[in-house]
Structures are given as structure tokens and as C-alpha cells.
Design a protein. Structure first.
Length: 171
């Protein structure tokens, strides 16, 4: 089941004396978090209305309603803020890592099952997916159009055309 609330990041401190918070983003960039007007706790029972937000270096500086002093800001330090999945707008062909983990990976040409997608690594040039087979052996595949052909989040499958040498018997 897909999570309704996804982690935005952790509050690592304050900025200034008026309660502005420094949020360490747990997503591609702080820029992505600018689209939200509300953050939540893990289960969505507490909503934090965003008064303002801006990117500063690699952090998001955010002012939340009701947090107006450095003391109130310090009390928030260490809290993990979440955003609602339905509030997020992802470009076509982009996915949340939490949705990718657990996909069953098949060969696009032979339907051979290579295993399960178990991790995603950010390398700079392109992401790398870790595929773990039934024997618990890990393989790494580059996330490029020539290799990853189809990602079906709803069907929980991915179809790939591996580069020669990734899997022992790959052509």
C-alpha cells in the first residue's frame, strides 16, 4: 500500500530570531519542496501551514504558522516534516523512491524475472537501481532510457533491457 504522507525532511535548526526553520530536504532538492503550502506529521494528524519558504544553499528555510520565536523554532528541532502525496506534482517519468522499492523486475524481451528493486542510489549523472535476486545476490543497473524501458507502479513491475555483463547470462 502506498504511503499517503511522504518525508519532506528534518528540521535541523533555526535561522534568525523569528522562528524561521532550517529544513534538511530528504528529496531531490529543496526546490521541490517549494510547491507545498502545508507540511504534516507522519500520520497527517497535525498540519503545519507554511507562511513562507525559500531555498538557502542546500536547505529549505521555512516559516510555519504559530512558530514566531527562536525558542518555538528550537522546540521543533529534530522533527521530521511530511507532505501529502496528492499535493506533490512530479514530472512525467519521475517516481517517489518509496514507490519503486519492491517492484518486481523483468526482462523486457524474455520475461525472465531478475528479482526485486531493493534500493536506489543517487550518483549525479543518473540514478542506479539495486536489483536483488531470489538468492539474495545484488545487481546494479543504470537508470537510463536504454535500460529501464517500463515502470508500472500500479502493477508493481518494471521491465528492463540489461546491458551485457550485468547479469551473468545477459546478451
Amino acid at each position: 500500500m502506498r504511503k499517503e504522507y511522504l518525508e519532506a525532511g528534518r528540521i535541523v535548526g533555526t535561522h534568525g530570531v523569528r522562528g524561521e526553520l532550517r529544513l534538511e530536504p530528504w528529496c531531490d532538492s529543496a526546490q521541490f519542496l517549494l510547491q507545498f503550502s502545508t507540511f504534516y506529521n507522519q500520520d497527517g494528524t497535525i498540519a503545519y501551514s507554511i507562511q513562507s519558504s525559500r531555498v538557502h544553499k542546500s536547505l529549505l528555510l521555512v516559516t510555519l504558522e504559530g512558530v514566531t520565536s527562536i525558542e518555538q523554532g528550537d522546540a521543533m528541532r529534530g522533527k521530521v516534516l511530511h507532505f501529502k502525496r496528492t499535493d506533490a506534482k512530479l514530472p512525467e517519468g519521475r517516481y517517489f523512491i518509496t514507490d519503486l522499492i519492491g517492484l518486481t523486475v523483468y526482462d523486457a524481451d524474455t520475461d525472465r524475472c531478475y528479482g526485486t528493486l531493493t534500493d536506489v542510489y543517487k550518483t549525479g549523472a543518473n540514478d542506479v537501481y539495486q536489483i536483488t535476486d531470489a538468492d539474495k545476490k545484488d545487481y546494479l543497473i543504470p537508470v537510463i532510457d536504454q535500460v529501464v524501458l517500463e515502470t508500472d507502479i500500479e502493477g508493481r513491475t518494471m521491465r528492463i533491457r540489461p546491458i551485457k555483463g550485468i547479469f551473468e547470462d545477459a546478451d
